[in-house]
Design a protein around this ligand. Structure first.
Ligand SMILES: O=C(O)CCC(=O)C(=O)O
Length: 327
């Protein structure tokens, strides 16, 4: 008889996402030889749709037939790839925000957690599986009709809820060099990573605001720098700096200020906290819930593919089962 830990390990080895990784990496290597290092990231999701056409058609149909019982009144512009909104306007958001604040305050000194964590030195996810279980308001909000009324039309199909996090970003000294996701970058391996960020404290630019270039400006810059298959948009710091000065949008404002941003299409950065720490609630949709097999590291975020019991707990309707399945 296998222990549950052994079963989890075996399951992880058998996840289709392992073969997705292998295929992407192989195609990226081939692409690099002909100057298209992003080849796998572009092709694999399209191949996955093509390999299971009925599944993809069913996902498109259920997306198009979806009629939410409550709406957010927010339209995520497909050209621009983002929408800003005020989470104070809807009660499921208020309950989720209250839960996040309660969780964060139960954890003591969050700067100590950042130092103890095995993720980034400037940023940590403090949410754990037991919090998500104990505070259903978090998943109810991320899977609620209001959120779906904005997210589903953006995909034009039923997307997948991939990850969830309560992010604490620590103040780094004014002269500390920027690292990792504090620099402009794009998320890869899925054509649409729609992330929702809800500020839980008041955030101004110097408090690590999540900052991005709209998708149309990002695409324009990438075409100038070599094309969408070759350039990420951050290769030329002078061109990037000019775009940032002209077009960047920072997710600033009081608690409840929120935004949906497609981080696969909008160059972005965050956590440049020079004055005060930042606390945000984040949840993340993608085309495929297993778009990337990463080793489980809850300090980074909670990848729902690593938490089958959590997915089962919240799969309480056919739509939720869809949103919480991996492919
Ligand atoms: O807000 C941040 O610190 C950046 C997060 C980020 O890059 C992401 O979620 O893709």
């Amino acid at each position: 008889m296998r222990s549950s830990r052994e079963r989890d390990r075996l399951r992880a080895r058998m996840l289709p996402s392992r073969s997705v990784n292998v295929a992407m990496d192989a195609l990226n290597r081939c692409g690099s030889r002909v100057g298209v290092p992003e080849l796998g990231h572009h092709l694999v999701p399209e191949l996955r749709k093509a390999i299971r056409p009925l599944r993809w058609r069913q996902r498109r149909n259920s997306g198009q037939q979806f009629r939410p019982r409550a709406t957010l009144g927010v339209d995520i512009d497909r050209t621009r790839g983002y929408a800003l909104w005020d989470a104070n306007a809807i009660s499921p958001a208020a309950s989720a925000m209250a839960a996040c604040v309660e969780i964060a305050s139960s954890l003591g000194d969050l700067d100590t957690l950042v130092r103890a964590s095995s993720a980034k030195p400037y940023f940590v996810n403090v949410l754990r599986e037991e919090h998500v279980r104990a505070y259903p308001a978090l998943m109810d909000f991320a899977l609620g009709d209001e959120i779906l009324s904005a997210v589903v039309p953006y995909y034009g199909a039923m997307p997948r809820l991939c990850s969830i996090g309560l992010y604490y970003s620590a103040v780094s000294g004014g002269d500390a060099p920027l690292q990792g996701s504090q620099n402009f970058h794009l998320d890869t391996r899925d054509p649409r990573h729609l992330k929702c960020f809800v500020n839980l404290v008041s955030v101004e630019p110097e408090d690590g605001a999540f900052t991005f270039l709209p998708a149309d400006r990002t695409e324009e810059l990438r075409r100038r720098l070599g094309g969408l298959w070759r350039a990420q948009g951050s290769e030329d710091p002078t061109a990037l700096g000019a775009y940032e000065r002209a077009h960047a949008i920072a997710l600033t404002g009081p608690p409840g200020s929120a935004g949906f941003v497609d981080t696969a299409r909008c160059l972005h950065y965050g956590s440049r906290c020079r004055r005060s720490p930042r606390l945000v609630f984040m949840f993340h949709y993608a085309t495929f819930g297993d778009y990337f097999a990463l080793s489980n590291n809850p300090w980074r975020d909670l990848r729902l593919s690593d938490y089958p019991a959590l997915r089962a707990q919240f799969a309480s309707s056919s739509i939720r089962r869809e949103l919480l399945s991996l492919h």
